[in-house]
Design a protein around this ligand. Structure first.
Ligand code: NAD
Length: 471
C-alpha cells in the first residue's frame, strides 16, 4: 500500500464513521467488543504460539500479560459503557442562572493506533478496545519487529471487521511516516520517546490530538526500612518479566549502602529459586523470554560491556549467546551515575544497583533524570514513602512492589513529561478517544446574562461591578 491507498482508506473510514458509527446505538459497540473477546478466547493457543515464535515469550506470560489484560479491558467496557457514555449535567454559577450545562461524550472519529513490539498483541489491541468503546474507527500500525504477531493482528481484525471500521497496515518507518501525513482525529502512540517526538511533530501539522505512551528510566528505591527478602522476591520477578523488555521494568535500583550486601544475598537467593542455579539451567528455563532480535541483542551487549569497562561489577549473569539472542539475567553493582548503563532506558535483562548514603542523595539522583513512567519504593515506613513520593515525579508509582500498576483497570496508566502524555486503560482510555463536548442551553428571551449587554447605564454597570467583585 502507498500514500494514495492510505488516503483512500482514511476517506472510507471517515464516511463509515459519519454514516454508520455516528448513527448506531451503543449496543453495536458492545457487539464489536464481544466479537474480539470471542476471537481471542477461541484462538488462545494460536496467540501463545505466535508470541513464542516471535521471541520465545512463555505461554504463561502471554496469558498474564497479553490476553488477560485485554479480556479485562473488554469486560470492564461492556459493564461500564452506558455510564461512561452518559451525558453528565453540571451546576451553573450564579452569573449563568437559568442556563443548563451538560457534558456530552462524543467519539473523536478516525483514529490511528501505533504499537510497539514488547507486548505486541496487548499494546495493539488494548487501545483499540478503548477506541471501539468510544465509537471510533481505527487504523492499526503494529510493530514490524514482531512479524508473527503482526500477521496475527491482520488476521484478527480482517476476520471480524470491514476495513472501513478497523484496518491494519503493516510495515515499518516508511509506512508509519506515510500514515502520519493524514489528518487523523486522534493518534494513540505507544513506543520510545524519540519516535514519540516524530509522531507529535506530524500530528501538529493537523492539530491532531495525541496520546503518547512512552518509556523512560524507572527507578527503584530500597531503604533501610524495607523488608529485604520481600523486595528481592518482587524485584527478581518484576525485572525479568518479559526479560526486562517492559515499559514499567525497573531500570536502576538505588539501595542504601548499609543494606546493599544483605540485599544482594537475598536477590541471589530469590533469583536462583525462580530461574535456576547454573548457567545452563537458567538458559533452559522456560520462564525466561528472549531478547526480541539481533539489533536489540547487540545494543544490550554493547551497553553491558561498556558498563563493565566503566567500573560496574557483575554480581551474577553476563552470559551471552548471539545466535539465540540470549543475555542471561544480569545484576551489576558498583554502578556510578556516569556509567553508560545509568544513562539510558535498558529495556533488557540487566539490573544495575547504585548505592546511596542517605535518602536525600537518592532523591537527588532521581531528580537528575527525566520524569519516569514508573517509580518503585520499598519501605515499610509510611512517612518515608510519602517523603520520597512528595519529592519526586512519575507517571505511575508502586509502593512495595513493581509492575502491578499496569494491571489495575481503575488506575490511569501513562507517563508525565518525557515519559508521555494522556492516559490509557478503562475509563481513562475511553476518554482519550472521546471529545467531552460542553453544551450550555440558554432560555429564550429574558435571561440574566442580558443585564451585562450595552448600552451601559447605572444599572448594568452596577451588575457588572457586582459580578466582577473579587470573591
Ligand atoms: P519504537 O518507538 O521504536 O516503535 C514504536 C512504533 O513506531 C513501531 O510501530 C514502529 O514501527 C514505529 N516507528 C519506529 N521508528 C519510527 C519512525 N522513525 N517514524 C515513524 N514511526 C516509527 O518503540 P519500540 O522499540 O517498539 O518499543 C520500545 C519503547 O516503547 C520503549 O521506550 C518503551 O518504554 C516504550 N513503551 C511504552 C509503553 C507505555 O505504555 N508507556 C509500553 C510499551 C513500550
Amino acid at each position: 500500500m502507498g500514500t494514495n491507498e492510505y488516503s483512500e482508506l482514511y476517506q472510507l473510514q471517515k464516511q463509515y464513521f459519519k454514516n454508520v458509527l455516528k448513527k448506531e446505538r451503543l449496543y453495536a459497540r458492545k457487539e464489536r467488543l464481544l466479537k474480539i473477546k470471542k476471537w481471542i478466547k477461541d484462538n488462545q493457543i494460536l496467540i501463545q504460539d505466535t508470541l513464542y515464535n516471535d521471541f520465545q515469550k512463555t505461554p504463561e506470560e502471554v496469558l498474564i500479560s497479553e490476553i488477560k489484560p485485554i479480556i479485562g479491558e473488554i469486560n470492564l467496557a461492556l459493564k461500564k459503557l452506558r455510564s461512561w457514555n452518559k451525558d453528565r449535567s453540571v451546576s451553573a454559577p450564579l452569573t449563568l442562572l437559568g442556563t443548563k450545562g451538560k457534558i456530552k461524550i462524543e467519539p473523536k472519529g478516525v483514529c490511528l493506533v501505533i504499537a510497539p513490539w514488547n507486548f505486541p498483541f496487548m499494546l495493539a489491541v488494548g487501545p483499540i478496545i478503548s477506541a471501539i468503546a468510544a465509537g471510533n474507527t481505527v487504523v492499526l500500525k503494529p510493530s514490524e519487529m514482531t512479524p508473527h504477531t503482526e500477521k496475527l493482528l491482520v488476521k484478527l481484525f480482517s476476520d471480524l471487521f470491514p476495513k472501513e471500521c478497523i484496518a491494519v497496515i503493516t510495515g515499518g518507518i516508511p509506512e508509519t511516516t506515510a500514515l502520519l501525513q493524514l489528518p487523523w482525529n486522534h493518534i494513540f502512540f505507544t513506543g520510545s520517546p524519540q519516535v514519540g517526538k516524530i509522531v507529535m511533530k506530524q500530528a501538529a501539522e493537523h492539530l491532531t490530538s495525541v496520546t503518547l505512551e512512552l518509556g523512560g528510566r524507572n527507578p527503584v528505591v530500597i531503604t533501610k526500612n524495607a523488608n529485604l527478602r520481600d523486595a528481592a522476591k518482587k524485584l527478581a520477578w518484576g525485572k525479568f518479566f518479559n526479560n526486562g523488555q517492559s515499559c514499567v521494568s525497573p531500570n536502576y535500583v538505588l539501595i542504601d549502602k548499609e543494606i546493599k550486601a544483605k540485599f544482594i544475598e537475598e536477590l541471589k537467593f530469590e533469583f536462583v529459586d525462580m530461574y535456576g542455579n547454573y548457567p545452563e539451567e537458567i538458559k533452559e528455563n522456560k520462564a525466561l523470554t528472549r531478547v526480541v532480535n539481533n539489533f536489540h541483542y547487540n545494543r544490550l551487549k554493547i551497553l553491558l560491556d561498556s558498563s563493565i569497562n566503566s567500573g560496574a561489577e557483575v554480581v551474577f549473569g553476563n552470559i551471552t549467546e548471539e545466535k539465540t539472542n540470549y543475555i542471561s539475567p544480569t545484576i551489576l553493582t558498583n554502578v556510578k551515575e556516569n556509567n553508560p548503563i545509568f544513562e539510558e532506558e535498558i529495556f533488557g535483562p540487566i539490573l544495575p544497583l547504585i548505592e546511596y548514603s542517605n535518602i536525600e542523595e537518592a532523591i537527588t539522583t532521581i531528580q537528575k533524570v527525566d520524569s519516569p513512567l514508573a517509580f518503585y519504593v520499598f519501605s515499610k515506613s509510611k512517612k518515608e514513602q510519602e517523603y520520597i513520593i512528595n519529592n519526586t515525579s512519575a507517571g505511575t508509582t508502586v509502593i512495595n512492589d513493581t509492575t502491578l500498576q499496569f494491571a489495575h483497570p481503575n488506575l490511569p496508566f501513562g507517563g508525565v513529561g518525557s515519559s508521555g502524555m494522556g492516559k490509557a486503560h478503562g475509563h481513562y482510555g475511553f476518554l482519550e478517544f472521546s471529545n467531552q463536548r460542553a453544551i450550555l442551553t440558554q432560555r429564550t428571551n429574558g435571561t440574566t446574562s442580558q443585564f451585562i449587554y450595552p448600552k451601559y447605564n447605572w444599572f448594568n454597570r452596577l451588575i457588572i461591578k457586582i459580578i466582577t467583585w473579587n470573591e
